[in-house]
Design a protein around this ligand. Structure first.
Ligand code: GN1
Ligand code: MG
Length: 370
């Protein structure tokens, strides 16, 4: 079944005009679908959920259903006092009334409304942009802070549990593919050494969780800069998208992931490592935006682990990319074999830059908390 036929399975008025690939996701396949009636046009996002990554796609959709109903209710209730129209995509049902469509291959497809007249930039444009990204995540965390995490499934067991990624990496190292790559590549050996030197880092958040210092809450899971929609007319943040990984976790995963992404102006795919650094001014702006909403729910202990989370999430993503490279690129989509190696180098360079700027970053955090 081709993607046009799939688009026709959803409850949208009019006739299909076009389906085209959209977005730059590393996991799912994303398309933009356009339908027209005699008097208007409807555009929506059509996605094939990656079943290798999400073993239970129906749980992903159930989570999104619960989440979006909760958030839409709150947005309705707060509409008159809000400083803008906040948005969140909603599910477009299939013609059979279900939240997804399963094709002959057993692949899961879903349709979500498009946040129109808004842009998800590939990289951070300036401090105002960073501030808006922080505002959107803080607002989102606030919106989900009263949704019981137990109502949502764990759709991706082990997601952001760094010790688990480390274990998987160490296991991959013993395989023949990894051995062959490491023997033949100086750069890969350098990255392996980088990880080796930072093994203890992997435990910082999970240990705090075990000791009861950090609590499991609902998280977005993937608040990178590309998942923040900026209103084309006002320049303000309007929505966070990509709701696949909304599930129970530590909000530090979100915070760290957002900052490792937003404060790296070069983006995730650059070859020249000289371009990669952690921009403290962008960090300052992001945290200012985040704190306008996060003041309401961040505890003192939460605050104590914010720096660690930034450093950890850069390290973790590098580790995930590198492990996947050594395993033969089975998790993240690649256009060429070295792509996960390129991605890993960027995150490790970023991690080094975060380490080098630790004092400044802590000062920024301190300033924003005071
Ligand atoms: C993946 O598919 P995408 O681009 O939304 C990954 C995130 C990474 C991100 C890095 C489910 O997200 O964890 O941070 O790539 N998502 C999953 O770009 O593994
Ligand atoms: Mg994602």
């Amino acid at each position: 079944m081709n993607v046009n036929e799939v688009a026709n399975q959803f409850a949208v008025a009019g006739k299909l005009v076009m389906v085209q690939p959209a977005g730059t996701g590393n996991v799912n396949d994303t398309y933009l679908a356009i339908f027209r009636t005699t008097f208007n046009e409807e555009r929506f996002i059509l996605q094939r959920i990656n079943r290798r990554v999400f073993q239970r796609p129906e749980w992903v959709m159930l989570n999104i259903r619960i989440l979006t109903e909760h958030v839409h209710n709150r947005l309705e209730a707060e509409r008159d006092t809000a400083d803008r129209i906040w948005q969140l995509p909603r599910i477009i049902e299939g013609k059979d009334g279900r939240d997804f469509y399963i094709d002959e291959q057993g692949d899961f497809w879903r349709a979500m409304t498009l946040i129109a007249s808004a842009t998800a930039h590939e990289t951070t444009q300036n401090s105002e942009h960073a501030l808006e990204c922080g505002t959107v995540l803080g607002h989102f965390h606030n919106l989900i802070s009263d949704l019981d995490p137990n109502r949502l499934h764990d759709t991706l067991p082990g997601f952001h549990i760094t010790p688990g990624y480390l274990g998987k990496y160490l296991e991959t190292l013993t395989g023949s593919n990894a051995e062959r790559i490491l023997n033949g590549s100086l750069e890969s050996r350098r990255l392996a050494r980088f990880i080796e030197q930072r093994r203890n880092l992997a435990y910082c958040l999970e240990r705090a969780k075990e000791q009861g210092m950090l609590k499991t809450r609902l998280i977005h899971g993937d608040p990178k800069v590309t998942n923040i929609m900026i209103d084309a007319f006002t320049g303000k943040g309007t929505s966070i998208i990509d709701l696949d990984t909304v599930k129970p976790g530590l909000i530090h995963y979100d915070f760290g992931d957002a900052l490792r992404s937003t404060c790296n102006p070069a983006g995730e795919e650059v070859e020249n490592l000289n371009d990669v650094y952690f921009d403290v001014d962008l960090c300052d702006a992001y945290i200012k935006g985040y704190m306008t909403h996060a003041r309401l729910f961040l505890t003192d202990t939460d605050r104590a682990f914010l720096f660690d989370s930034i450093r950890l999430l850069a390290f973790e993503l590098g580790l995930r990319f590198f492990q996947d490279y050594l395993a033969g690129n089975v998790y993240f989509k690649v256009r060429y074999p070295e792509q996960n190696l390129i991605r890993a180098r960027v995150q490790f360079k970023l991690c080094e830059s975060i380490e080098a700027r630790e004092r400044q970053i802590r000062a920024v955090l301190q300033g924003a908390m005071g």
